[in-house]
Ligand binder design. Structure first.
Ligand SMILES: O=C(O)[C@H](O)[C@@H](O)[C@H](O)[C@H](O)COP(=O)(O)O
Length: 243
């Protein structure tokens, strides 16, 4: 499903509603809700929405279990940390038990952080990872989570978590891999801004004549993909694709 909203704030408000609905449905069927969080500017707005009413009081936060889809290899106090962003925007403001939070650890190396997180996930989920909701963003280069073009992590079939080194500057990353992402019950992409219009057109209007983009490997085994876009990101889509 593709939904197009006027602006990033409307995307975040709608995403908060979807998050709350997915949480209520999972809690009703199995008593808990497992979500993987994304970094990025649009998710931050979503987290700020969830920290406000009605969601702060309406969501049964003690039954919410939060994981991170990717992280920069930096200390959790670093301004680049997705964990720090999420704590500031959401977690410091809602009654979620600390034991329900599973941030990506900052270990001796990005590789060690990834393998520790893999152990955490395997201990929690057992044989098969199954997130009720996976939040994802999309980079202008087609990356999602920290699965960047041309990196070995794209071909991973066994490991659930990988370290990776994006091209250019910036810290190493730790990312969930496609075998985990594609076992999610639901995936929600939040994409806003004019700079995303070409990549959104390539992915959703399938006008991609270049090499395959990482995001095109998001193909859930059973789950649903929902795209929440703002008008700017949807600017190059044909009218038949958007709604
Ligand atoms: O932590 C991150 O930055 C995410 O891993 C990354 O995949 C992000 O979601 C996209 O780059 C889009 O980011 P924006 O929403 O900020 O454009």
């Amino acid at each position: 499903m593709i939904r197009i909203f006027d602006d990033p704030t409307s995307v975040a408000v709608a995403a908060a509603g979807l998050f709350a609905e997915a949480a209520a449905a999972a809690m009703q069927s199995k008593g808990s809700f497992y979500a993987a969080l994304s970094g990025g500017s649009t998710p931050r707005r979503l987290y700020e929405e969830l920290a406000k009413q009605p969601w702060r009081d309406k969501i049964a936060w003690e039954k919410v279990f939060l994981f991170w889809g990717d992280e920069r290899y930096v200390a959790p106090t670093d301004p680049l940390s997705n964990q720090k962003m999420t704590r500031e925007a959401l977690l410091n403001h809602v009654p979620i038990p600390p034991a329900n939070l599973f941030p990506i650890p900052f270990a001796a190396s990005a590789g060690e952080s990834a393998s520790l997180y893999e152990t955490t996930l395997r201990t929690f989920f057992g044989a098969e990872p199954r997130f009720d909701l996976m939040l994802l963003g999309l980079g202008a280069d087609g990356h999602t989570a920290s699965l960047f073009p041309g990196t070995a992590a794209l071909a991973e079939t066994n490991r659930w978590v990988c370290p990776c080194r994006p091209q250019g500057t910036g810290p190493d990353r730790i990312t969930l891999t496609f075998p985990v992402i594609n076992r999610s019950a639901a995936i929600l992409f939040l994409v806003t801004g004019r700079d995303k219009a070409p990549v959104i057109e390539a992915v959703l209007d399938k006008k991609n004549n270049q090499a395959a983009l990482p995001v095109q490997q998001v193909q859930p085994v059973q789950g649903q993909i929902t795209w929440f876009l703002d008008k700017m990101a949807a600017g190059h889509l044909s009218p038949a694709t958007g709604s």
